[in-house]
Design a protein. Structure first.
Length: 150
């Protein structure tokens, strides 16, 4: 199904603005009624209509020029901040990658650096500490601690 699309032409914008500003015709309509019933001249009716069309034309012209000037500026391409995509900027990632040449030498294993985290909360989440489990006491150990024998 084809989508309806208006390309923003000046003439279409001008006609739509004429419809939106239809209340400006009220003065011309009143002057026309005065012409019909009181035999006033017709030139004030044409003048009011000219003011309506001219005012809408100038407003539409200014807005279309501002839109054209505003769209002409080329924005800089957006920076890719996703560390998992190809071509991402990895300067702001949590772990700084090490260059391949410095990571390995001819006779050694690759060097690993500890992860650098932006906050203590991130470090605590990513590197949890392991705690040793307390030893369970047997009946003999419990009696030895209290000094009682069965």
């Amino acid at each position: 199904m084809k989508k309806f699309r208006v390309d923003g032409g000046f003439l279409i914008s001008f006609v739509i603005n004429l419809l939106f500003n239809l209340e400006w015709v009220a003065l011309a309509f009143i002057l026309f009624l005065l012409h019909k019933f009181l035999k006033l001249p017709m030139w004030p009716v044409w003048g009011a209509l000219a003011l309506w069309v001219g005012g809408v034309f100038i407003t539409t012209l200014v807005l279309s020029l501002l839109a054209a000037w505003g769209n002409s500026a080329d924005d800089a391409p957006a920076q890719n901040k996703n560390p998992y995509s190809n071509g991402a900027d990895r300067t702001n990632s949590i772990v700084q990658p090490e260059p391949a040449a410095a990571a390995t030498s001819a006779n050694s294993q690759p060097k690993t650096q500890p992860a650098q985290f932006k906050s203590e909360l991130a470090r605590a989440i990513m590197q949890p500490q392991s705690y040793s489990q307390p030893e369970t006491k047997t009946d003999a150990d419990a009696n030895a601690d209290t000094g009682k024998d069965d």
